[in-house]
Ligand binder design. Sequence first.
Ligand SMILES: [Zn+2]
Length: 94
Amino acid sequence: MTNKKRIAVTISMTELFRLFPDEDTCYGWLERVRWNGRPVCPHCGGAENQGPAPSKTHPYWHRDCRKHFAVTTKTAGTRPSARSETGYTPSTLL
Ligand SMILES: [Zn+2]
């Protein structure tokens, strides 16, 4: 076991918007952090037999359990209030 400590970093909203200029950047970052680049179905935990789904909100389809999902499925980001009705903000996705 390593003895590394996690260090929290505080950034401004300006810096947050610079790092995450759009939704696609946010989703890409979340997918790398949550799945390490390989989608895992949040409904059943399966990592095989997945394909793209024609939906921006649920871009993945798991053939085994026959459900759509996204990186935010079963996270706080799935709450309807997490998506701003007035426009994109990275803090709602992160
Ligand atoms: Zn599944």
